[in-house]
Design a protein around this ligand. Structure first.
Ligand code: NCD
Ligand code: ZN
Length: 334
């Protein structure tokens, strides 16, 4: 029997620019009717003109497919009330990267002590704050250490919707229920994998991402949220393409998961006897939390085995070579 998803959404994806954007965007737009397209481009999407240009380039890259790109503005601690108010109607939210914690985050926030005036404006304008929540500490502890920052923000700005992006730890999972205004995205790879997939055998750079994959205990905490049908979690793939060369020689962080997302999610939910909860995780929760009205389009998965190809162009996908049980209807044959 086919599996039909109504207006699935990917609430965190990197589509890049230029040729890479044109190449990867269709994988997302075939499977999702909308996506939060991250602004860590070069230069970052940190001003109104860049927001408009980037949104237009994504629309062009997806062609005729009904698809809404939701582009959050790259956080600047000198953002003004006038600037944000002027783009309020077409602004989805603002994405905060601490400086240096991940790919293309050099322009991120160097001093978290300076962000509060902007957070105050975001709260007033009812604009969500999306956060890459990692410190510059020891890699396994970066997200755990950042929970104190989340706590401070959520307490100081109780009407600000705060989205913890790609949570990966027990501590972040437990923090979710501490404040009404805190929500989270969860990736496929943090839900299904651990650090052993990177380091447990021969080093596998295609599972290397920020936040780094964690322990089975951390992974199980994310699975518990999903199994409980937690209403404050949303699917956000964090699909982050880098060329095979960049992954192998430059240590680029990011897993390219876009081609396999819905098939792998369906498999995970089916294996855990949760298929009836997939719709909420990949769309309904996000629509409610963000008050979205995405394009109405069904995406159909067929129970048909296929093999993930070793490469898509110059990019190695996560799960290359795996045999997957579900295939997206009308997806191109590899
Ligand atoms: C992302 C990228 O490559 O842009 N990398 C990653 O490891 N996830 C950035 C990010 O979301 O951290
Ligand atoms: Zn990301």
């Amino acid at each position: 029997m086919n599996l039909t998803l109504n207006s699935p959404l990917d609430m965190h994806v990197h589509l890049r620019q230029d040729d890479m954007l044109r190449f990867v965007a269709p994988f997302t737009a075939q499977q999702f009717v909308g996506a939060v397209c991250m602004p860590n481009t070069l230069p970052p999407v940190d001003r109104a003109d860049r927001l408009d240009a980037y949104t237009a380039s994504i629309r062009k890259a997806v062609g005729d497919l009904s698809f809404d790109p939701y582009v959050p503005l790259f956080f600047r601690d000198d953002l003004t009330r006038e600037e944000l108010t002027a783009m309020r109607d077409r602004l989805f939210g603002v994405k905060l990267y601490p400086a240096g914690v991940t790919t293309n985050s050099d322009a991120g926030v160097a001093e978290l002590g300076k962000i509060e005036p902007v957070l105050d404006i975001l709260q007033d304008l009812d604009l969500p704050l999306l956060v890459h929540g990692e410190t510059n500490g020891y890699s396994h502890d970066r997200e755990r250490e950042f929970v104190a920052v989340y706590d401070h923000i959520a307490t100081t700005f109780p009407r600000l919707r705060l989205i913890m992006e790609h949570i990966s730890t027990v501590e972040a999972a437990e923090f979710l229920d501490k404040h009404d205004n805190v929500f989270a995205t969860i990736t496929l790879h943090h839900l299904c994998h651990t650090l052993d997939d990177v380091l447990g055998g021969p080093f596998n750079p295609f599972y290397f991402c920020k936040p780094i994959l964690k322990s089975p205990r951390d992974r199980d905490a994310l699975q518990s949220l999903v199994k409980a049908g937690h209403p404050k979690i949303m699917f956000g793939s964090d699909s982050a393409p880098h060329t095979e060369v960049a992954k192998r020689t430059e240590g680029a962080a990011g897993c390219f998961t876009a081609p396999v997302l819905l098939p792998c999610l369906a498999e995970f939910f089916e294996d855990h006897d949760l298929l009836d909860q997939l719709q909420a995780f990949v769309s309904d929760n996000a629509q409610r939390i963000y008050r979205l009205d995405p394009p109405r389009r069904d995406v159909v998965l067929e129970p048909r085995t296929w093999t993930v190809p070793p490469r898509y162009g110059s990019i190695v996908p996560m799960n290359a070579g795996a045999h997957l049980r579900w295939k997206v209807q009308n997806a191109p044959e590899e």
